[in-house]
Design a protein around this ligand. Structure first.
Ligand code: URA
Length: 434
């Protein structure tokens, strides 16, 4: 009996392998057939490699993203009484920006529908961070999420398995076939999940540097442009900021440690880089939501953002006044010589924090809420011998040596003050239509 399928996977693989362009109907079919199990893992592996080597046109990427969204359910936020804007970060070390940003933007009457994941590898996940707050839970039904968005404005929920299931399947395959770092595949993967979440505006924080997916500004620019164009083609107002990830953000890495720092920012304090980036992203989100003159610093300084944070934590079962967990063991790293801190490498510190127990190697692993690294100095700061540079925190002291092996090569003290680093490189807005 002949197949009732519209196309043959091998024909579709050949088109891309030979440098041709797919029709939208090819893309819709192959993504759907892969989700149904009709296109095999081997065939999709060959196809992902063909995309990795040949790329996709703007139209193909838009169509691929649309097909991934159509593979699952989407959230309908149309009935909310507030405009919706979300933020996505491509992932960095010490990146706790989401925690303060959602409540800050929501304090201006805008809804921020964050669907987040758990961390894998050296960058932490927002859910892992918030789960260090006693009682807090990201498991919310769609109606409950909508209710919190309507009442509080900010919410952080776990993405359900039926949101862009084609991406979930494909991401696992890319991970084992050397096809993760393809710009069209990364861009469509991220944007399919964000568009399926139902937001009408989106700000992307595309990280550049040693602790980021994208190591060079040129690569980050291309990823940002691809994502911004996907957003525009799907009718979601999208803007990207390219930001520095050579050194960690702020003074803490690790779940509870990062929550503590985010709460400092919500109270009008905290490290200047975390505050500056939070405010820049908030301004971009509020501009997209039609509030270009919002005074975001004031909302941090006068308690409005903190008030929204407390309501958000309570709405999700958490106690904003409960003490955060602290680690059973700490170890301090001190300066060996006098000079300027000229290296504070994000990747080394991210891997160190992960080895202390703050991150997971496999999806199933648990994380330690209290594990991580506290930085006592900033990049460029002058230090004297014996001055504390870092404190490592863990509940499992047998992890300390392996963490130090990762961290120590990432610390450098030199005779000259290094140039001040740029935090925000540039902003990217959409090109007109495909
Ligand atoms: N994050 C995603 O969600 N997808 C990718 O492909 C890479 C990073």
């Amino acid at each position: 009996m002949g197949s009732t399928e519209r196309f043959d996977a091998v024909d579709i693989i050949r088109i891309k392998r030979d440098g041709g362009q797919w029709e939208d109907s090819h893309i819709a079919w192959v993504v759907d057939a892969y989700t149904r199990g009709v296109v095999s893992e081997e065939q999709m592996a060959a196809l992902a490699m063909a995309i990795f080597l040949r790329g996709m046109s703007r139209r193909e990427v838009a169509s691929w993203t649309e097909a991934m969204i159509a593979s699952g359910t989407t959230l309908d936020l149309g009935a909310l009484p507030r405009p919706t804007v979300d933020k996505h970060s491509t992932g960095g070390v010490g990146d706790k920006i989401t925690l303060a940003l959602g409540p800050l933007v929501a304090s201006f009457g805008v809804a921020v529908p964050q669907l987040s994941g758990r961390g894998l590898g050296h960058t932490g996940g927002t859910l892992d961070k918030l789960e260090s707050i006693p009682g807090w839970s990201p498991e919310l039904s769609a109606p409950r999420m909508r209710a919190i968005l309507g009442e509080v404005g900010a919410v952080v929920a776990a993405a359900s398995a039926d949101l862009a299931p084609a991406d979930r399947k494909l991401y696992a395959l890319r991970d084992v076939t050397g096809t993760v770092d393809s710009i069209p595949l990364i861009a469509s993967s991220i944007m399919s999940k964000k568009i399926a979440e139902g937001t009408s505006g989106l700000v992307l924080d595309v990280k550049v540097g040693s602790g980021a997916f994208m190591r060079s500004l040129d690569e980050a620019r291309e990823l940002a442009r691809t994502m911004v164009d996907i957003g525009a083609d799907a009718g979601v107002a999208t803007r990207a900021l390219l930001t520095n990830m050579d050194v960690p953000l702020g003074r803490t890495i690790g779940n509870a440690l990062e929550v503590r720092e985010a709460v400092e920012v919500l109270g009008g304090g905290g490290p200047s880089d975390v505050r500056e980036l939070t405010c820049a992203l908030a301004r971009a989100m509020l501009e997209i939501a039609g509030l270009p003159d919002a005074e975001v610093e004031e909302a941090l300084d006068d308690g409005r953002a903190m008030d929204t944070w407390r309501r958000m934590v309570r709405a999700q079962g958490g106690d904003p006044d409960a003490p955060l967990p602290t680690a059973r063991h700490t170890h301090q790293v001190r300066a060996q010589r006098e000079g300027y801190v000229d290296t504070l490498d994000a990747l080394a510190l991210g891997v160190g924090s992960w080895r202390l127990g703050a991150g997971r190697a496999r999806k199933e692993d648990a994380v330690q809420a209290a594990a991580g690294i506290e930085l006592h100095v900033e990049h460029g700061q002058r230090v004297t011998p014996g001055q504390p540079l870092l404190t490592l925190h863990t509940d499992t002291p047998e992890r300390m040596d392996r963490a130090l092996e990762a961290v120590l090569p990432g610390l450098g003290i030199g005779p000259k003050q290094p140039p001040a680093r740029t935090l925000i490189y540039e902003t990217i807005d959409a090109h007109p239509g495909a």
